[in-house]
Design a binder for this molecule. Structure first.
Ligand code: HPA
Length: 278
């Protein structure tokens, strides 16, 4: 068996020793949304360090565990804390959690992140439904021997962010009176923020928001047959658009400020998506 797939199977076995909970939806939380996991009806939790070979985050504020439970009657697994490529992990390890969620049985992956706004109509604090992504400046996590047990060698990415699920989030935002933008997310490696020239280039190429996560996990999730939906919190205007130097503190501050609204949107969207899975 492929060594990497063996590692995934070992993680799944270790996880199954702790819980037999089968989630319908997997949720990956970005900066500022970490405490969402404390608000679900918790059934079980498993620390990443209990899973052999599983990547553990080094970023302050990113806790490391899977939390299993219910949002109303929807079964979810929440990834509290994610690892980033810029921490030095192999790209294959970065996408292990998304793959493991698929192997646990989750049919939908819900991703959230903080991102810099490139689109001139965006403001810090806006939410952006991810319509599509650009990941071609970043290593593809599927490079190497294909894991046939998970998916096909050449997965289609023309519906990487499921249209039906996007519609549900848009309707949910309207019900909650939350304004939501829609746009294309570009993933770069970081950890330095972009230069103004890079942001200008990315804007010309069609990107509306930029960040250091998510797209690679979305590719892995699509490969494994999951439907994906994602929302970015525009935590700052990107370099050159903002007159101020960018800092992680600003990103965190905006994400914290928007968190209550963001949480509400994610929670209600999950409830509404859950209805379509029954
Ligand atoms: N650039 C890259 N990643 C980010 C940004 C940004 O401006 N804001 C939050 N994550």
């Amino acid at each position: 068996m492929n060594k990497y797939y063996e590692k995934l199977k070992n993680c799944l076995d270790a996880l199954r020793q702790k819980t037999d909970f089968v989630p319908e939806i997997g949720l990956i939380l970005g900066s500022g949304l970490g405490d969402f996991a404390n608000r679900i009806d918790r059934e079980a939790e498993v620390s990443y360090d209990e899973l052999p070979g599983f990547p553990v985050s080094t970023v302050p504020g990113h806790e490391g565990k899977f939390v299993f439970g219910y949002i109303e009657n929807v079964k979810v697994v929440v990834m509290q804390g994610r690892v980033h490529y810029y921490e030095g992990y192999d790209i294959k390890d970065v996408v292990m959690p998304a793959r493991l969620m698929a192997m646990m049985g989750a049919k939908v992956l819900f991703v959230t992140n903080a991102a810099g706004g490139i689109n001139k109509n965006f403001n810090a604090g806006d939410m952006m439904l991810i319509k599509d992504h650009i990941m071609c400046f970043f290593p593809n996590p599927l490079v190497g021997e294909n894991i046939d047990e998970l998916g096909t060698r050449f997965p289609d990415m023309s519906h990487g962010y499921d249209e039906e699920l996007r519609d549900i989030v848009k309707k949910t935002a309207a019900e909650l009176n939350i304004k939501i933008q829609e746009g294309v997310y570009v993933q770069l490696s970081g950890p330095s923020f972009e230069t103004p020239a890079e942001i200008k280039m990315l804007g010309i190429m069609g990107a509306d928001a930029v960040g250091m996560s998510t797209a690679c996990e979305v590719v892995a999730a699509n490969h494994a047959g999951m439907k994906v939906v994602g929302i970015s919190c525009i935590s700052n205007l990107a370099a050159g658009i903002s007159p101020n130097p960018l800092t992680h503190a600003e990103v965190q501050e905006t994400a914290d400020r928007v968190a209550p609204l963001f949480r509400e949107l994610v929670k209600k969207s999950i409830i509404n998506i859950g209805k379509t899975l029954k």
